[in-house]
Design a binder for this molecule. Structure first.
Ligand code: C2E
Ligand code: CA
Ligand code: CA
Length: 624
């Protein structure tokens, strides 16, 4: 056995060859053939060993481009050694040298993974070199192809953002896992996670921060989920895990609790400390279902219960939840129909200037008159619309109908109409052109439309450009629910908005000698200082009204003046000489006690689904 040169993989022009030849004569001949080819392309640096075993040891250290196996080696166990060489062949290509008539062996060699073979009697130096070079090249191409296929498979089965398996590969793995569990009569638990407050982060810090957060959440999940367990991102802020072979029924709950606690720890995004939490639902095979879809559905329903119970909680599935899952399903389908079959209606709630005793605007609030459930609150169905892609058509219908209605107001021809806009609408690249088109179609003068965006939405990354564009178009904008979001006043100052609507939680219960009124006072002062109009929302009592007026806020909206009214009542009401906001406000004794007013239900449709023609606001004594 000879060993004259070490592999030199770093030499680009030189190929490192591992020669396996038991017969030293044969080894020398091969060496001579390859080394004598001066000036003919690639050179070979050759290491030769007598047996396949030695070769395998060598290969473990790497550094070889190709292996040449002289078949006189280990004659008795020819194929056996070849099998072992095959292990090596994954790392380097193998070329086999056979005796002239041993075609069968040669073919078998190729079948077991060798790149090529040469018959000894026919070998010339050029042919040998070429065969080795081609083997190396083919092997390299095969490897690249395999890697590309693996990459493609990874991309198709994983979520690009978090690198976790995606919905499809999770379903496939879960099915496999369930089949195994059925065979072994084992239990499987499925955990469904949905982040609480993710939308708020996305809206206020931007999508890049949202993506980073999802990556962090995925990292925490991956760390806590066991090696045999599955974890995947279903999409959006939804994740799912499956635990096979659950022996201790407490384990899924304990793991869920560990994860819940880990997710609520702070995140650092854009140098800011942020928080989210997660609502978790658990379902179990075989108790809640035997197939993957059923288990995910049950865990999802349990997750919804956890959300409903105040978020950041864990719930196990139980039968009753199936009903609420069904209800939600019906809600989505019903809403889809409602948009098309005219079951949605708009209400208008006056915004009044108490100084000048006049109506300045009306906010549009959408209502859904469900055929069996009665009136459904927008706080219930707007989030469903946002999650299901129905928000854009719904929002567009609201906007168009509101503009058309306001364009037809005779009693208050100059009053503005305020329309709530969802983040889903704002995300549309052509949102402002759509608004512009609706104004043209309905003939409403642009200055009479006001777009309301919630505070966190207005402070989001994408909103600034839209707000600027709306301002260019001469359309007013308002920040809704002000005080409930995260935006700083400095950030607000840069936003091109016209109105600030103070959230009703700040208004509720405020009175002239209330120490909490300082917050309200500074909000009003700062907003006025920024040149913004300030509207107080949810004004219900005379005390609140007086306090607001004393603090310098004279634009108000709330039950004290009027509940939201159907279109037809609104027009009747605003046309009246003695409309309630025109009453001298210094005569509160003319007003009924609040209790009666609050108990008054909002008008709904009659048996045929028609909205009442005239709503009786006159249930309390009119002044006059
Ligand atoms: P919001 O924009 O803050 O609307 C004001 C809500 O406060 C309305 O509830 C209104 O009926 C209620 N409200 C008015 N005055 C008073 C008062 O004196 N006291 C109390 N306690 N509440 C008062 P509503 O109509 O149930 O709407 C709830 C939310 O649903 C709205 O909050 C808004 O965020 C959303 N929404 C309603 N219509 C639409 C719409 O067309 N599009 C979008 N995107 N969201 C809408
Ligand atoms: Ca609003
Ligand atoms: Ca509001």
């Amino acid at each position: 056995m000879s060993e004259q040169s070490e592999p030199r993989p770093e030499d680009a022009d030189s190929l490192t060859l591992l020669l396996v030849a038991e017969d030293p004569l044969s080894a020398r001949r091969i060496r001579e053939m390859l080394e004598r080819r001066e000036g003919e392309g690639s050179r070979f640096s050759i290491t030769s060993v007598p047996r396949v075993e030695d070769a395998l040891v060598r290969l473990q250290h790497g550094g070889f481009d190709v292996m040449l196996l002289d078949h006189s080696v280990d004659e008795a166990h020819g194929l056996d050694s070849l099998q072992r060489a095959r292990v090596a062949a994954r790392a380097v290509p193998v070329v086999v040298l056979t005796y002239q008539r041993d075609e069968d062996f040669a073919l078998e060699a190729v079948r077991t993974g060798a790149q090529d073979y040469l018959a000894k009697g026919e070998v010339t130096p050029a042919l040998l070199a070429r065969t080795l070079l081609h083997a190396v090249e083919r092997h390299r191409m095969m490897r690249e192809l395999t890697q590309a296929q693996q990459r493609q498979h990874f991309l198709a089965s994983h979520d690009a953002l978090t690198k976790l398996p995606n919905r499809y590969s999770f379903l496939a793995s879960l099915r496999g896992l369930l089949a195994e569990a059925e065979r072994r009569r084992e239990e499987v638990a499925v955990l469904f996670f949905d982040l609480d407050g993710f939308k708020r982060i996305n809206d206020s810090l931007g999508h890049a921060a949202g993506d980073e957060l999802l990556g962090d959440v995925a990292g925490r999940l991956r760390r806590l989920i066991g090696k045999r367990d599955l974890v995947a991102r279903l999409g959006g802020d939804e994740f799912v895990a499956a635990l096979p072979a659950v022996r201790d029924p407490q384990r899924p709950l304990e793991l869920a609790e560990t994860i819940r606690a880990a997710i609520e720890k702070p995140y650092y995004l854009n140098g800011l400390e942020c928080w989210v939490s997660t609502s978790i639902g658990i379902s179990r095979h075989p108790r809640d279902g035997r197939d993957a879809d059923a288990l995910i559905r049950c865990a999802d329903a349990a997750m919804y219960q956890a959300k409903g119970a105040g978020k950041n909680q864990i719930r196990e599935f139980d039968e009753q939840m199936n009903e609420s899952a069904q209800e939600r399903f019906d809600l989505v389908n019903g809403l889809r129909d409602a948009i098309h079959s005219g079951l949605l209606a708009l209400m208008f709630q006056p915004q009044v200037d108490i100084q000048r005793e006049e109506l300045v605007a009306a906010e549009t609030l959408v209502r859904w008159h469900h055929p069996t459930r009665g009136a459904i609150s927008p706080t219930e169905f707007i989030p469903v619309a946002e999650e299901t892609g129905l928000m854009v058509p719904l929002g567009e219908w609201v906007l168009r109908t509101a503009c058309a209605t306001a364009a037809s107001w005779r009693a208050v021809p100059g009053a503005r109409v305020a329309v709530n806009i969802s983040g889903r609408q704002l995300e549309q690249p052509d949102f402002s052109s759509r608004v512009q088109r609706i104004l043209e179609e309905t003939g409403l003068p642009r200055e009479r439309l006001e777009i309301e965006l919630t505070e966190s939405l207005a402070a989001s990354d994408g909103a600034l450009a839209v707000l600027e564009r709306l301002r260019e178009l001469g359309i007013r904008t308002a920040i809704d629910d002000f005080g409930t979001g995260y935006s700083s006043l400095t950030r607000l100052r840069r936003l091109p908005v016209d109105t600030l609507k103070i959230d009703r939680s700040f208004v509720h219960g405020v009175s002239l000698n209330d120490p909490d009124a300082v917050i309200l006072e500074s909000m009003i002062r700062i907003a006025s200082g920024l040149g913004l109009e300030v509207v107080a929302e949810g004004v219900e009592t005379l005390e609140e009204m007086d306090a607001l007026r004393a603090l310098g806020c004279t634009l108000m909206q709330g039950y004290l003046f009027s509940k939201p009214l159907p279109k037809i009542d609104f027009e009747a009401e605003v046309g009246r000489e003695d409309a309630e906001w025109r009453m001298p406000l210094d005569r509160p004794e003319a007003w009924l006690p609040l209790g009666e007013r609050a108990a008054e239900p909002e008008p709904g449709p009659d048996d045929e689904g028609n909205l009442p023609a005239v709503r009786n606001l006159g249930s309390r004594p009119r002044h006059g």
